[in-house]
Structures are given as structure tokens and as C-alpha cells.
Ligand binder design. Structure first.
Ligand SMILES: Cc1ncc(COP(=O)(O)O)c(C=O)c1O
Length: 387
């Protein structure tokens, strides 16, 4: 994250209570495996309405533990969207399994449920092959709630049930979002949230698993802690584990931030609404919110530039004026090392087409209305001059 820009892309919302909370931990001498992680987990489980939560040191760690717990093995297949952060797919590669993709819905930018259904029917019939792999079964759906908007969970879960697939919610970008009036996080086997400083709330680095399955949480607790069993001696390890623990300073920051989660989400919605208003009657398209999204949890503010715009030049123009922007998201399957696995252009045309036009604009709680106005007028100016 760069603060070298006059108007940066993101900025964490840190107040004096946050600073005090972290300071108290530092003075307590308990810097890891202490009460703050437990408190953070309890708050998160209560907020989501989950039976349990397990804090870890990143969203990626949370996803990794869940694919292991769901039994992903070498040679298995995990299905996800190409329009996401790379970790949603990479966790399959961590286990020598193979990530396959389903194209996105042009409006929501989430996985297209019709395309998922088509893929699963082909897999069932035994006539689906990708990148040289014959796919006989999909083990995991890594469902992503992209940019803070839920995917169509009812449809996805029905398909998972019909095809014997375990659903994991990658809600790393969507804490607090609601799907048909229900807060996301517990629709599948488990859900995950992430807390890098550009997220709605931050712990510095950090992530969390939420679930209604106590066994999932117990396994995740053991695996984040080098495979120790609950109450085991320090050098007793009952299974393969990792050091994915969240430290106490980070957890204390998380607790302090969670105390005002709804104020934070409301403020983000206010900033998004202001941008939406400023873009009215311009050639720039604002993000579509599906009727099933009863609460959007704004993570980043992404617009679509008119077709054929020169996005790189526009980003350069904005940067010269001190305004940071980013090309959220670049398709995962077109990343250099995915191309080496035989993924190529043309495989997911909707994601490829849209991702050439999307642009994330400065978006954070303390952004001033004048700054938003400047971002919008500079973008419109860029479109006229270099776009
Ligand atoms: C959709 C999605 N999944 C997973 C992650 C991984 O989270 P982290 O960066 O905390 O590892 C992110 C983070 O940006 C994300 O946006």
C-alpha cells in the first residue's frame, strides 16, 4: 500500500482507541497465544452468527486451512472464479490440486451460476477436460464474494449439494455483507474474512475462519498452531500444522475495530453513494448491486471505463495528478505462472473483457468530499485527453 500519493487508493481507519488497544497488549507482555485472539474470535462469531471462529495470520492462511480440512488432495479439482484475488485459486496449488475456473456474471462480477451448472453437468457426463486434465469430479467450490458483494449463494449451494461438492466461502473482501437478509460467512462448510490494511477493518495482517461446524474450528485451531492438540504440550504434535497464528497486537486492533464495524461499513457506503452520484450522467459505469444483496460491504470502489478506453494511460494520468488507482482485478488464469499451466486468453471471455475496463478509485473512510470530486473530475478529464 502506498501513501506516496496525495490521494491514495486505501488508508486504514485508525483511531486513538485502536492505538491504546495495541499499546495495552505491548505493556502486558503477552504478545502471542493470549486473551485478545480469543476475544476477537468471540466477537466475530457473534457478529456473523457462527458457532465458532478461528483467527489466523492472513486470509490466505484461512483459505489454506479450509481446503485441507475439506480434504483437498493432490490431483483433486477446486472450482473458483477467474475475477478474484489470486489466493482463492492458489490454495488448490498449495495442495497439488488443480484450480479450474467458471466465468463471471457480467453485471455482478461474481461467478455465473449458469456457467457453474454447465461445467458441473459436463463433469458429471465425463466430458470435461481442461489444460490437459480430465476432470471427473470437483471437490471444492471456492465461492468468492467479490468486491464486497455476495455471490448467488442459494444457486451455488444447491449445485454443490447435487454434485457432492464442499462449499467454502472466500468472503475475504465482504465482511458484514448480507445475502437475502442473511449475513454471509456460514453458508458453506466455513467462511473467511481478511484484514490487510486496505480491507474494511484491519489487523495489519490477519484473517479469520467462521463456521457452524465445531469440528472445523477445532481442526483449524490445531493446524494454525503447528498441529498441536488442545492443551497439548509445546512439543507434542498430533497432525501436520503450520504457524498461522495471529499475534495479540493484531487481535487487539481487530477487537477495537470490530467495536465500530457498523459505523465503518456505513461510512464506506456513504463514500460509495457520493461517488455514484458524481458519476451520474457520465460515460463511467458504476458497480451493479444485485437485488439479492441486502447489504453491500464496500471493499474497494470499482468503476467500468467506457469500452476501448486506454486504462493504462488513464492510470498514468491520474498518478501524475497524485491520485492512486488500480486495475482490480487482473484475471487469475492469465497470470504468468497460470499460463505455464496452459491457461490462455479466450477461456473466460466475460472476465477477460470486463477486467480490461475496471478501475479501482481512492476509497477509504476519511476521504473528503472535495477529494472525491477531484478524483471524478480528474478521471473524466483523463478520459477526454488520453482515454
Ligand atoms: C478474495 C480474496 N481472497 C483472499 C485474499 C487473501 O487475503 P490475505 O491478503 O489476507 O492473505 C484476499 C485479499 O485481498 C482477497 O481479496
Amino acid at each position: 500500500m502506498s501513501l506516496n500519493f496525495r490521494i491514495p487508493l486505501a488508508k486504514p481507519d485508525i483511531n486513538e482507541d485502536d492505538v491504546k488497544a495495541v499499546e495495552e497488549v505491548l505493556r502486558s507482555s503477552i504478545l502471542s497465544i493470549g486473551p485478545k485472539v480469543v476475544e476477537f474470535e468471540k466477537m466475530m462469531a457473534d457478529y456473523v452468527g457462527a458457532k465458532c471462529a478461528v483467527a489466523v495470520n492472513s486470509g490466505t492462511s484461512a483459505l489454506h486451512l479450509l481446503v485441507r480440512i475439506a480434504g483437498l488432495e493432490p490431483g483433486d479439482f477446486l472450482v473458483t472464479t477467474p475475477f478474484t484475488f489470486i489466493a482463492s485459486a492458489n490454495v488448490a496449488l498449495f495442495e497439488r490440486a488443480f484450480p479450474i475456473f467458471v466465468d463471471i456474471d457480467e453485471k455482478t462480477l461474481n461467478m455465473d451460476a449458469d456457467a457453474l451448472e454447465d461445467l458441473l453437468i459436463k463433469v458429471r457426463k465425463g466430458d470435461f477436460e481442461i489444460c490437459g486434465h480430465k476432470v471427473n469430479r470437483v471437490k471444492i467450490l471456492m465461492g468468492v464474494d467479490i468486491l464486497g458483494q455476495p455471490m448467488d449463494w442459494d444457486r451455488a449451494l444447491k449445485l454443490c449439494e447435487e454434485h457432492g461438492i464442499t462449499a467454502i466461502e472466500d468472503s475475504c473482501e465482504a465482511i458484514g455483507a448480507e445475502y437475502k437478509g442473511r449475513r454471509i460467512g456460514t453458508f458453506g462448510l466455513a467462511g473467511t474474512f481478511a484484514f490487510y490494511p486496505n480491507k474494511q477493518i484491519t489487523t495489519g495482517e490477519g484473517g479469520i475462519i467462521v463456521s457452524n461446524n465445531l469440528e472445523v474450528c477445532a481442526l483449524a485451531k490445531s493446524m494454525r498452531n503447528q498441529g498441536r492438540g488442545e492443551g497439548d504440550a509445546w512439543l507434542h504434535h498430533v497432525r501436520l500444522g503450520y504457524n498461522y497464528r495471529l499475534d495479540e497486537m493484531s487481535a487487539a486492533l481487530g477487537v477495537s475495530q470490530m467495536k465500530r464495524i457498523d459505523t465503518i461499513l456505513d461510512r464506506r457506503a456513504e463514500v460509495a453513494t457520493k461517488y455514484n452520484e458524481l458519476f451520474q450522467n457520465t460515460s463511467v459505469e458504476t458497480h451493479y448491486i444485485a437485488p439479492y444483496t441486502t447489504r453491500m460491504s464496500w471493499f474497494v470502489y470499482v468503476v467500468r471505463l467506457p469500452e476501448g478506453s486506454n486504462r493504462d494511460k488513464i492510470m498514468e494520468y491520474m498518478a501524475e495528478k497524485g491520485i492512486q488507482t488500480r486495475n482490480y482485478f487482473a484475471c487469475v488464469h492469465l497470470q504468468p505462472f497460470y499460463r505455464k499451466m496452459n491457461y490462455t486468453e479466450g477461456m473466460y471471455p466475460v472476465a477477460e473483457k470486463i477486467s480490461k475496463r475496471t478501475l479501482a478509485l481512492p476509497f477509504f473512510n476519511q476521504i473528503k468530499p472535495e477529494e472525491q470530486e477531484e478524483v471524478v473530475s480528474t478521471l473524466l478529464e483523463a478520459l477526454e485527453r488520453v482515454g
